[in-house]
Design a protein around this ligand. Structure first.
Ligand SMILES: NC(=O)C1=CN([C@@H]2O[C@H](COP(=O)(O)OP(=O)(O)OC[C@H]3O[C@@H](n4cnc5c(N)ncnc54)[C@H](O)[C@@H]3O)[C@@H](O)[C@H]2O)[C@H](O)CC1
Ligand SMILES: [K+]
Length: 495
């Protein structure tokens, strides 16, 4: 079973670097290995003899560029090197790396850049500290302006390694060679889009060093939670696989609950019941078969149903309406201490009232599944949660504040637990942007918690399976298809 992929921030990477150097590996060796990996990537992209333009910056990223340029020239490529700033301003290992380069050093505004067949972007890496301006900005615009393929060293220059945001302007790379571990910018948007295909080069930093410096951020994938997936044994009984309860909206808004309910059943919840307001019983009854149905008249009705401890996972939110009654339903569910997924109206009903959710979910596994707009509305008036540049940081703070796992949806969905663990999901597909997709996700997560998965693993697995189902189905996807695609995804996972 492969280990979960650790994602390191710039500062964590620097510490891993330093620890490796302290353990006896000279920094210049790391740089030489980095440069070699870049040269090998160029060889795979462009035939010997082609014209390679290496654009180096003033720091160690630039140093990697010097090493790559020297190796490529030795291997018969026609290499020209352009430096931002002057050689005498180089620092650290880049000084040593530059000694190996015997060719001329041009300036980044040199027209020769346009003659290249392929450009190596070694301008900035994890040391970017502010928006690009002046010559630095011009260099990026020049590289992008050539229309030639760009290979980024470590990450595309102008992208913030930890947030994935564009700092003024950024290189649009077709490929990136990063070192030791991917950084958040390789998974978060727009950084993911600017990076192109990303390969991770081993430059001799040990996995245990990466683990030691890790801040608990992972790429979301089966390696993170496959171990926790339920594997029904011969003796397993439907009651052992939990009972998910999904609250339905009124007579004209019942589809969301049925989508969530069907998804919970498909992901393996032993039983699933829709709790329906009296006026929607007929509508729901006419469209439910394996999913069961109970009348539920508001918070009191929910309280009555939850006297039965077998209902061990709940979905509240989709189409419930934005009002006090929905808040009261949430309160009943919280006091019943059942696993809980809150989405849509159950979140928006607390708009500006997030303080009522402070520490509210510490007593039972809970997952909040807002999209960006719901998140910003829910935590309005909490700049400590909304202000951080990094989507990971915002999600982590919301999780710590509420005590729930928070899944902040997007093409780069971030999942964070109150204990600081976080994961970035990258298998999302544009096809998922269809009505009811979020309802289905709620059902998947609740159905997994009904079977005993902890909230963080359930949210990560739910997000990944949801996206995988969408990607497998492809064009023409509507939400009704998602739950029906889950068996195919599970077959792969449980093989
Ligand atoms: N283990 C590893 O990952 C290794 C990484 N290496 C490479 O080192 C860079 C990080 O190097 P660093 O010198 O810290 O930063 P940069 O080269 O990214 O930046 C250079 C320098 O630029 C200045 N600067 C920052 N922002 C701006 C700006 N907006 N405008 C102008 N100048 C700016 C600042 O002074 C920076 O120090 C990493 O990405 C890897 O490529 C090692 O080579 C091998 C091991
Ligand atoms: K770069």
């Amino acid at each position: 079973m492969p280990a979960p992929e650790i994602i390191l921030t710039a500062s964590e990477m620097r510490r891993a670097d330093a620890a490796t150097i302290a353990a006896g590996t000279p920094g210049i060796d790391l740089m030489r290995r980095a440069g070699r990996a870049v040269a090998e990537a160029v060889q795979a992209m462009s035939p010997k003899g082609s014209r390679i333009a290496v654009v180096s910056g003033p720091g160690q990223n630039g140093g990697d560029g010097f090493v790559a340029a020297t190796l490529l020239a030795e291997q018969g490529y026609r290499v020209s090197l352009f430096l931002l700033g002057s050689r005498k301003r180089l620092t650290g290992d880049a000084i040593e790396a530059a000694k190996g380069w015997a060719g001329k050093i041009g300036s980044v505004d040199d027209a020769a850049l346009d003659e290249a067949d392929l450009i190596v972007d070694a301008l900035f890496g994890t040391g970017l500290t502010r928006d690009l301006e002046g010559m630095a900005r011009l260099a990026v615009d020049r590289m992008n302006g050539t229309g030639k393929p760009i290979l980024a060293v470590d990450l595309p220059s102008g992208i913030d390694s930890d947030t994935g945001e564009v700092r003024g302007v950024a290189v649009k790379a077709v490929r990136t060679v990063t070192f030791a571990a991917r950084k958040p910018c390789h998974l978060l948007l727009p950084g993911r889009a600017y990076s192109g295909a990303v390969e991770v080069a081993d430059i001799g930093i040990l996995r245990e060093t990466l683990e030691a410096e890790s801040g608990g951020l992972f790429a979301n994938g089966p390696a993170l939670w496959r171990h926790a997936l339920p594997k029904p044994g011969l003796s397993s009984h439907k009651y052992e696989r939990g009972h998910t309860l999904v609250a339905s909206g009124g007579a004209t808004r019942t589809g969301a609950a049925r989508l969530a309910a069907r998804a919970a059943l498909r992901i393996g919840s032993g039983l699933v019941t829709v709790a329906s307001p009296p006026e929607a019983l007929g509508v729901n009854a006419a469209q439910l078969t394996a999913v069961m149905l109970r009348g539920c008249d508001g918070p009191e009705g929910l309280h009555a149903i939850l006297q039965d401890p077998r209902f061990n996972a709940l979905v509240l939110g989709p189409a419930l309406g934005v009002h006090a009654a929905t808040r009261a339903m949430v309160s009943v569910a919280v006091h019943a201490r059942r696993s809980l997924v809150l989405d849509a109206d159950a979140l928006t009903s607390f708009e500006g009232l997030a303080s009522e959710l402070h520490g509210a979910f510490r007593h039972a596994p809970t997952v909040l599944t807002p999209h960006g707009g719901e998140f910003n509305r829910l935590f309005k008036g909490h700049p400590d949660i909304l202000d951080p540049e990094s989507k990971i940081e915002r999600t982590r703070r919301a999780a710590a504040y509420t005590g729930a796992v928070v899944l902040l949806k997007g093409a780069d969905t971030v999942i964070a637990a109150p204990d600081g663990r976080a994961a970035i999901n990258e298998n999302g597909t544009p096809y998922l942007a269809t009505a009811g997709s979020g309802d289905t996700l709620c059902g998947l997560i609740a159905g997994l918690m009904a079977q005993g998965l902890p909230a963080f693993e359930a949210a990560c697995a739910g997000a990944w399976i949801h996206a995988e189902a969408g990607a497998q189905f492809g064009p023409g996807l509507i939400s009704e298809d998602l739950a029906e695609q889950v068996p195919a995804v599970l077959r792969e996972l449980l093989r």
